[in-house]
Design a protein around this ligand. Structure first.
Ligand SMILES: [Zn+2]
Length: 146
């Protein structure tokens, strides 16, 4: 089996810090130390590179990706995958013409990459696969203010 070259996992090292903001997962005597004390860090592996990221910076990365793909989708006018970030509200119309309103709650960091949505019409929480978006017409209503 070939080793996965793109992974995102919870960092298991006792002493680590975020590559972006220097948030660290250990207590330090040094009061001048840069970065916040955090409980959890993530390891993003891309090929031979391993980046350590905190929750906040991981969120920023996700927003950067969303903006990047959002811009490309606007160019394409329709089709292509829309990447939504937490807080985005949208309507999804399926093949039968049924339209529901949803709010993106977040993406699960699992191998399935399930996406958590709140159906605003029924108030039910639902988990969908990325494929779900490709099977529906998605229209973004509102993006969370940044
Ligand atoms: Zn950080």
């Amino acid at each position: 089996m070939q080793e996965e070259r793109l992974t995102l996992e919870v960092c298991t090292h006792d002493i680590a810090s975020c590559n972006i903001c220097y948030a660290h997962n250990y207590d330090s005597e040094n009061a001048d130390m840069i970065g916040a004390r955090v409980d959890k860090l993530y390891e993003l592996k891309i090929g031979d590179q391993v980046l350590t990221l905190c929750d906040k910076c991981l969120d920023r990365l996700r927003e950067r990706l969303a903006q990047r793909f959002g811009a490309e989708n606007e160019n394409k006018a329709s089709g292509g995958q829309i990447v939504l970030f937490t807080g985005t509200e949208f309507t999804a119309r399926d093949k039968l013409g049924q339209s529901y309103r949803y709010r993106m709650i977040g993406a699960e960091v699992t191998h399935d990459g399930l996406i958590r949505l709140l159906n605003l019409d029924t108030n039910f929480l639902t988990y969908v696969e990325p494929e779900w978006f490709r099977q529906r017409k998605i229209k973004v209503i509102q993006k969370e203010a940044t």
